[in-house]
Design a binder for this molecule. Structure first.
Ligand SMILES: Nc1ncnc2c1ncn2[C@@H]1O[C@H](COP(=O)(O)OP(=O)(O)OP(=O)(O)O)[C@@H](O)[C@H]1O
Ligand SMILES: [Mg+2]
Length: 495
C-alpha cells in the first residue's frame, strides 16, 4: 500500500530519531553547518583527528628534540621547510601523469621569510583500487571520481584476493587472530570485524585513506630521529578540492594531503634520477666499497680518510644502508625503482612515496582446518601464524641489495646513532614519545599501536646491535628483480 511520509521525516529505518534538545534561539554553530551531510561531518572529523595526531608528533620532535639535540641548524631548516609545505601559499601547480591513477601534484610554495620550496602533493582521495570482481577502478583526476576501467581484463589474482578478503571465513578468522594478537576482548572484536568489511581493494587495503598520509609523515619523522636524511621532509596539510556534486553542482570540499619536499641534488644540471637496471645489478654484484665507481664518482684518498675518521662511509653505500634500514624497521611495501632517487653527483639515495608501510596484517592468511596459507602474488605458501607480521611483505630495492650484500652495514656513526635512539626510547626520553605518537597516528586502535610499536623497538634494537637489518631473502618480495626489464625498457637505458 503506497503512502506518503511527512516530508520532514526520514524514511523508516534510515535514521534514528534524535533525542530532543532544548531549543536555542541564538544562531548556533550547528545551525550554520546544517547543510553538511553526515558523511561530510565524518570526513571532517577524521581529517581533524589526523591533523591533530600529526601535530602531536611534530610538537615533540621539533619543540623538544629539535631544540636539544643533534645538528640544530638542520632541524631548524627542516621545520621551516615543513611549515612552508604545511601552510605555504601556493605559487604554481602542475599535475603529473596523464589520466592520473594517482593525483600527484608538483607545486611551488612561497617560503616564510622568502624563497620557494618545491613540493609533491598527494591527496587523500587519490588512490587506485580494484573491485570485488577483479576489475580496476581508476581515479580520474579531472572528475575526482573512480571509474571502472572497462577496457581491462579481469585480473585473476585480484579477483582471488578480493574473493578471499571478502569471504566470511577470512573475515572471521582474521578477526579472531587480530583480537588474540592485540589483546582485544572477545566482546569487542565483533565490532572490529565489522570495520574490516570493504568494497574496494588495493595494495593499501588495510590502511584507511588518511592512513597513508600518516605513513608518509611517519617515515619522514623516523628518518629525522635516526639522523639519516634519506627521506625528504614531509608534511600534511588541509587542501581545497573542487568536486562535481549531482545536486549542488560544482563545489569546494576540504581534503587532506601529504606534501613532500622535492628531492634535490647538489648540481641542478645533473638532477637526481631513478636507478638504472644495470646499476641495480651492479650494486648486488660488486663490493659496496666500490659502488661509487658504478655511478662514476671518484673519491680522493683524502676524502676517504676523512670519512673513515668520522665513522662514515662513501655514498651511495652509506645512504643505501640507511634507506634499507628504514625500509626494514618500518616495513616498506613499495620501494621499487621509481620510489627512490639517486643523486648522480653525490651518490646519495633518497626514498619517496612512503605511504605504504606499517601494514595492519591484513594479509591473505586463511585457515583451512588446521592448515594456514598465505597467498602472495598469486602463490600459496604455508606460513607460521603471526598476524601482526602478516602484512610485512617487504618490497624494497635497498633490502634486496642488502640481502645480496651480507657485508654491507650502516656506517659506524649511524650504528651509534641507532644505539642512542634505542637507549633514549628505553629510558623514556622524548624520542619514545615521538615513536608513541607516530604509532598512534598510524593505528587507530591503541592496543594495535602498542603491539606494532613494540615490534618496531625490537627491530631498532636488532639494528643497533648488528648494524644492519635482520632480514632474509624469503621475507623480501624481489620487486627489483621482477621489474628491472620493464624498468629498463621504460627508461630506454643504454647498455
Ligand atoms: N619528493 C619528490 N621529489 C621529486 N619527485 C617526486 C617526489 N615525489 C614524487 N615525485 C615524482 O612523482 C612521481 C610519483 O610520485 P609518487 O611515487 O609519490 O606517487 P605514485 O607512484 O603515483 O603513487 P603510488 O606509488 O601510490 O602509486 C615519482 O615517481 C616522482 O617522479
Ligand atoms: Mg611511486
Amino acid at each position: 500500500m503506497p503512502f506518503d511520509l511527512p516530508s520532514n521525516q526520514p524514511a523508516p529505518g534510515r535514521e534514528k530519531p534524535k533525542a530532543e534538545k532544548p531549543v536555542s534561539f541564538e544562531p548556533s554553530q550547528e545551525m550554520m553547518i546544517a547543510a553538511v551531510t553526515p558523511a561530510e561531518a565524518r570526513e571532517k572529523k577524521s581529517r581533524k583527528t589526523m591533523l591533530e595526531r600529526i601535530r602531536a608528533v611534530d610538537e615533540v620532535i621539533f619543540r623538544k628534540i629539535g631544540a636539544e639535540t643533534g645538528d640544530i641548524s638542520k632541524h631548524i631548516e627542516q621545520i621551516e621547510v615543513l611549515e612552508s609545505l604545511a601552510t605555504g601559499k601556493q605559487k604554481e601547480r602542475k599535475r603529473l601523469g596523464d589520466a592520473g591513477i594517482n593525483a600527484i601534484l608538483r607545486m611551488k610554495f612561497e617560503r616564510e621569510g622568502g624563497g620557494e620550496v618545491v613540493g609533491f602533493m598527494k591527496q587523500k582521495s587519490g588512490e587506485a583500487y580494484f573491485d570485488k570482481d577483479g576489475t580496476n577502478l581508476i581515479y580520474s583526476a579531472s572528475d575526482e571520481k573512480y571509474f571502472r576501467d572497462e577496457s581491462s581484463e579481469v585480473d585473476p589474482t585480484q579477483k582471488m584476493i578480493a574473493e578471499q578478503w571478502s569471504s566470511e571465513e577470512f573475515i572471521q578468522e582474521y578477526a579472531v587472530q587480530m583480537a588474540k594478537a592485540y589483546g582485544i576482548p572477545s566482546e569487542e572484536f565483533e565490532k572490529y570485524k565489522a570495520s574490516l568489511r570493504v568494497d574496494r581493494f588495493g595494495p593499501r587495503i588495510d590502511i584507511p585513506p588518511e592512513g597513508f598520509i600518516a605513513r608518509e609523515v611517519a617515515m619522514s619523522r623516523v628518518d629525522m630521529l635516526c639522523g639519516f636524511d634519506v627521506i625528504p621532509p614531509t608534511a600534511a596539510r588541509e587542501i581545497d578540492r573542487m568536486v562535481m556534486d549531482e545536486e549542488q553542482g560544482t563545489k569546494i570540499v576540504k581534503d587532506l594531503a601529504s606534501v613532500q619536499e622535492g628531492v634535490s641534488s647538489i648540481d641542478s644540471e645533473n638532477p637526481s634520477r631513478f636507478l638504472t637496471a644495470k646499476e641495480f645489478d651492479a650494486f648486488q654484484e660488486q663490493p659496496p666499497s666500490e659502488w661509487h665507481k658504478i655511478i662514476g664518482i671518484e673519491y680522493t684518498p683524502e676524502e676517504l680518510a676523512a670519512l673513515e675518521k668520522d665513522g662514515r662511509l662513501p655514498q651511495p653505500q652509506e645512504s643505501m644502508a640507511r634507506l634499507a634500514t628504514l625500509d626494514w624497521v618500518m616495513g616498506s611495501q613499495d620501494r621499487h625503482f621509481e620510489n627512490m632517487f639517486i643523486d648522480p653527483v653525490s651518490g646519495k639515495v633518497t626514498g619517496i612515496d612512503n605511504g605504504l608501510h606499517s601494514g595492519r596484517a591484513r594479509d591473505l592468511k586463511i585457515r583451512h582446518g588446521r592448515e594456514e596459507t598465505v597467498v602472495t602474488e598469486g602463490k600459496r605458501v604455508k606460513q607460521k601464524s603471526d598476524p601482526t607480521e602478516g602484512m610485512r611483505q617487504l618490497r624494497s630495492i635497498p633490502l634486496e641489495i642488502m640481502n645480496a650484500q651480507q657485508e654491507l652495514r650502516l656506517s659506524r656513526k649511524d650504528q651509534e646513532q641507532m644505539k642512542t635512539l634505542y637507549e633514549a626510547i628505553l629510558n623514556d626520553g622524548p624520542q619514545k614519545e615521538v615513536i608513541e605518537q607516530t604509532y598512534k597516528m598510524m593505528f587507530d586502535d591503541l592496543r594495535e599501536a602498542k603491539v606494532q610499536m613494540a615490534k618496531f623497538v625490537a627491530r631498532l634494537k636488532y639494528v643497533a646491535d648488528n648494524g644492519r637489518p635482520g632480514v632474509t631473502s624469503s621475507e623480501v618480495f624481489p620487486i627489483g628483480q621482477f621489474t628491472k626489464a620493464m624498468h629498463a625498457e621504460k627508461h630506454q637505458e643504454a647498455n
